[in-house]
Design a protein. Structure first.
Length: 317
C-alpha cells in the first residue's frame, strides 16, 4: 500500500462528479505514476552533484608559467591550463616553465680576455625558460625531470659552460674599448654565438649588468696573456697622461701669452694716455680746467681702448 493512500484529493480535481471510490483510484494512479519520475529526477540530481564534486577533486588547475605532464598508461600528454587526473590510473607532474635568471660573473684573473689582451670584469644575466610546446616540455622532463627543470643547479649544469664559452669567444673578437663603446653589439654577438638549440629551453634575453676593465693589480705579470694586457693598459695610460700633460702645458703657455699681451697693451695705453694728455694741454691752453681735461682724456682713452680691442680681435680672426 502506498504511503499516500490515506490522502484525499478534493472533488474539484475530478473532471466530472464521481464517487469517492473512483476519485481515490484516480489519485492513487497519479501518485504511483509521478513518484518514480520524482525519484529518478532526484537520483539524477544527486549523481550530477556527485560527479561535479569528483571532477572538481580530480581536476588539476595550473598557474601561469606551469605545465602539467600526465602519464595516461600508454601515452604522455602535456597541458598548460589544467586537466583531469584520475587517481590510480594517471600519474602526473607539474613543471615550472616560467622565466628564470642565470647569472654568470667573471672577475679578476677569471675575467674575459679582449683582443688587445685587456681583461674585463663582467656580470651577465641570462633569462631562460622551458619552451611552451609539448615536444620541448617532454624532452626536458625526460632529460632532467619535471621538478628539476628550472632549478638554479640544473641551469648551471646545463648552460654555464656553453654561455661562458660564447662570452669568451665574442670578447676575443674586439678590443676592450670597442666592446665598451658597442655594448649592444656585444650582447647581440653573444646571443648569436649561443644560438637557439638549447635542448628544449629558450633564451629570452641577455643583460650585461657590468663590463669593466679588470684592475691591473689583479693581473699576473708572469702570465703571458696578462702580461700583454698589462702592456696595453700601460701604453694606454701613458698616452692619456701625455695627452693630459700636453693640454695642461698648452693651457699654461696660452695663459702666459695672454698675460704678456695684457701687459704690453697696458704699457701701450699708458703711453698713449700720456701723449694724449700732453696734446690736450697744448691745444686747450689755460682756458680748460683740470676737470674738463680729465673728462676729455677719459673719453679719448675709451676710444683708444675700443680701437685697440677691435684691432686685436681682427688680428686673431
Amino acid at each position: 500500500m502506498s504511503a499516500f493512500a490515506g490522502m484525499r484529493v478534493p472533488r474539484t480535481d475530478c473532471p466530472r462528479p464521481c464517487s469517492p471510490a473512483v476519485c481515490d483510484d484516480v489519485q492513487r494512479m497519479v501518485l504511483e505514476t509521478l513518484l518514480p519520475v520524482a525519484v529518478s529526477i532526484a537520483t539524477l540530481l544527486l549523481l550530477t552533484v556527485g560527479l561535479v564534486a569528483i571532477y572538481g577533486q580530480m581536476y588539476v588547475k595550473l598557474l601561469g608559467g606551469q605545465a602539467l605532464i600526465v602519464n595516461k598508461m600508454s601515452t604522455l600528454e602535456v597541458f598548460f591550463t589544467g586537466a583531469v587526473v584520475v587517481p590510480g590510473l594517471h600519474k602526473s607532474e607539474v613543471m615550472n616553465i616560467s622565466t628564470t635568471g642565470l647569472v654568470i660573473e667573471r672577475n679578476g684573473s677569471g675575467g674575459l680576455i679582449c683582443n688587445d689582451g685587456i681583461r674585463a670584469d663582467l656580470r651577465a644575466t641570462f633569462s631562460l625558460r622551458v619552451n611552451r610546446t609539448t615536444e620541448d616540455v617532454l624532452h626536458v622532463a625526460q632529460a632532467v625531470g619535471a621538478e628539476r627543470a628550472m632549478q638554479q643547479t640544473t641551469l648551471e649544469e646545463l648552460f654555464v659552460a656553453k654561455f661562458s664559452e660564447a662570452l669568451e669567444s665574442v670578447a676575443a673578437a674586439k678590443t676592450f674599448a670597442e666592446h665598451r663603446e658597442q655594448r649592444d653589439a656585444f650582447t647581440s654577438a653573444v646571443l648569436k654565438e649561443i644560438g637557439e638549440d638549447l635542448n628544449g629551453y629558450t633564451l629570452d634575453d641577455l643583460a650585461i649588468d657590468r663590463f669593466e676593465q679588470t684592475p691591473i693589480e689583479h693581473l699576473d705579470a708572469n702570465n703571458i696573456l696578462d702580461a700583454k694586457g698589462i702592456l696595453a693598459i700601460t701604453k694606454s695610460t701613458t698616452a692619456a697622461q701625455l695627452r693630459t700633460t700636453e693640454l695642461r702645458t698648452a693651457h699654461a703657455r696660452r695663459m702666459k701669452e695672454l698675460e704678456t699681451e695684457s701687459k704690453e697693451l697696458l704699457v701701450e695705453l699708458e703711453s698713449r694716455q700720456a701723449s694724449a694728455l700732453l696734446r690736450l694741454q697744448k691745444a686747450a691752453g689755460s682756458e680748460q680746467t683740470k676737470e674738463q681735461l680729465d673728462d676729455r682724456l677719459l673719453e679719448r682713452l675709451r676710444e683708444l681702448v675700443e680701437t685697440a680691442v677691435e684691432a686685436r680681435l681682427a688680428a686673431q680672426g
